[in-house]
Design a protein around this ligand. Structure first.
Ligand code: BES
Ligand code: MN
Ligand code: ZN
Length: 488
């Protein structure tokens, strides 16, 4: 991770970035401690390139043989957190090959601005690699404030918050990018144990197949039964229990370490990215670690039901019936609708044993989500306007996009099974919505204090795009963490 720190402004030899607010490029010039001739040159340059100050736009003025050697004028738009985040991301990409970067910001820069800038810089400079690769030349970014005042404490704190949420997002991205030959359920569980080690207040419990069987997690076992025994299922329970917490939030994440579809096998084009099918699990683990890093005063339990949906001699078949934790039964009409099966067990366990105040689940659950909302926007399902509202506000502040979808009771009869309580698949369309209605059956008394995010497409980015790097996005870590920070 880049080293980001504060310092007071002074002239620098490397690259210097100056923030440009939308509509007033001259405000940028005030930040530069340059002589009149240099200032005139900069003013002419800004006019020449027609710098609008729109968020994330960078124009570079090379100054060979002079100090600073390059000036990067970066737009922050209206100057809200999102504008600063775009600016940070754009700088991370433009300045990768510089040896140092100093960012000049106004003396009244707000903590939210610093958080946005740092998140953008860190998130956009992420790269996944299996081997030890050479890091980018840019190792350090200095945020230069005209003076160090009393407000520096709040800025330092904003930087710490950004670091906690980025560290958690990086973990979620690393887990999701990892190829599934390495990423078995046991491996994932071990990564959680490692990440939680040494952080006071955090505990991890990993249930192995024998425990899952003894305790009745039959759907998790059924989904995992097609895989070789070294690749058998697990249930990870990570819990953050600060002293004096008044609220308990349970986060449940779909953890399919690879989804072949099972006996109802996927075509190649649909299967090739299915190592991302544990993105929900990665996000809930990440958010819980971030809550611990920030020492948030709310109890959080993350549940990650992990299984590989493989083909094998003992794989579950269409027509099989499984009895979930808690007793509901599901008729498996499609072995490719496996996510809702494992989530059903974990949610029933949460409701019965953990008795949370709120339960939120995240899952790469349906292709239909991407059809409805595309690559960037996750589908949110929630009966409570209040909970949906606070989650939408948190997502917007954190820079992730969500859209609330209806939980239409019109379709609920479609879920009735002939020989079981529920069927795990229907063919009447509205696939994302029906998956949500299926999950709702496992919420018991928490029905109105539950939210479900179908983040199938946003879990992955096809390109380097703003703060997203090509590959896993870590979608949900930022929304959940911000919601835990602000609404709990
Ligand atoms: N993991 C997939 C959903 C998915 C598709 C995630 C594309 C990300 C990108 C899920 O397990 C699945 O296969 N869902 C089926 C459900 C259907 C069989 C009812 C689907 O969406 O086709
Ligand atoms: Mn599937
Ligand atoms: Zn799946």
């Amino acid at each position: 991770m880049l080293d980001i720190r504060f310092a007071t402004a002074r002239s620098a030899s490397g690259a210097v970035a100056v923030v440009v607010p939308s509509g007033s490029p001259d405000a940028a010039l005030d930040l530069l401690k340059l002589g009149p001739a240099d200032l005139a040159e900069c003013a002419a340059f800004l006019k020449d390139v027609e710098h609008s100050g729109s968020a994330g736009t960078v124009h570079t003025l090379p100054r060979p043989g002079r100090k600073p050697s390059r000036l990067l004028f970066v737009g922050i738009g209206d100057g809200n957190e999102a504008g600063w985040r775009s600016a940070g991301a754009a700088l991370a990409r433009k300045a990768r090959t510089e040896t140092s970067l100093r960012v000049l910001v106004p003396h009244d820069t707000a903590p939210e601005a610093v958080r946005g800038l740092a998140e953008g810089l860190w998130l956009a400079s992420y790269r996944f690699s299996l081997a030890d690769t050479e890091p980018d030349p840019l190792r350090r970014v200095t945020v230069a404030l005209p003076a160090t005042g009393a407000a520096i404490g709040a800025l330092e704190q904003a930087l710490e918050q950004a670091k906690a949420v980025v560290t958690a997002t990086v973990l979620a991205r690393d887990l999701t990018n990892m190829p599934s030959d390495r990423k078995t359920p046991a491996w994932f569980a071990q990564q959680v144990v490692k990440a939680a080690a040494g952080i006071p207040g955090l505990t991890v419990e990993v249930r192995e197949p024998s425990h899952l069987a003894a305790q009745g997690f039959n759907a998790i076992l059924a989904v995992g039964r097609g895989a070789a025994s070294e690749r058998g299922p697990r249930l990870v329970e990570l819990s953050w229990r600060p002293r004096g917490a008044k609220r308990h939030v349970v986060l449940v994440g779909k953890g399919i370490t690879f989804d072949t579809g099972g006996i109802c096998i996927k075509p190649t084009s649909n299967m090739k990215l299915m190592r991302k099918d544990m993105g929900g699990a990665a996000a809930v683990i990440g958010a819980t670690l971030a809550a611990a890093a920030m020492r948030l005063p709310v109890r959080v339990t993350a549940l990650a039901p992990l299984a590989e949906n493989a083909l094998g001699a003992d794989a579950m078949r269409p027509g099989d019936v499984v009895t979930h934790y808690g007793g509901l039964t599901s008729e498996i009409l499609n072995t490719d609708a496996e996510g809702r099966l494992v989530l059903g067990d974990a949610m029933a366990y949460a409701v019965r044993r953990l008795r949370p105040d709120v339960m939120i689940d995240l899952a790469t659950l349906t292709g239909a989500q991407g059809v409805a909302l595309g690559k960037r926007t996750a589908a949110m399902y929630c009966h409570s306007d209040t909970l949906a509202g606070t989650l939408a506000t948190a997502a917007a502040a954190a820079g992730e996009s969500v859209w609330r979808m209806p939980l239409s009771d019109d379709y609920v009869d479609e879920l009735d099974g002939d020989i079981a309580d529920l069927v795990n698949s229907t063919d009447i369309g509205a696939g994302s919505l029906l998956a949500a209605l299926y999950l709702r059956e496992f919420t018991g008394p928490l029905r109105d204090r539950w939210a479900h995010f179908d983040m199938s497409s946003p879990a992955w980015s096809d390109s380097n795009d703003g703060e997203l790097a090509k590959g896993a996005t870590g979608w949900g870590v930022r929304t959940l963490t911000r919601w835990l920070e602000t609404a709990c």
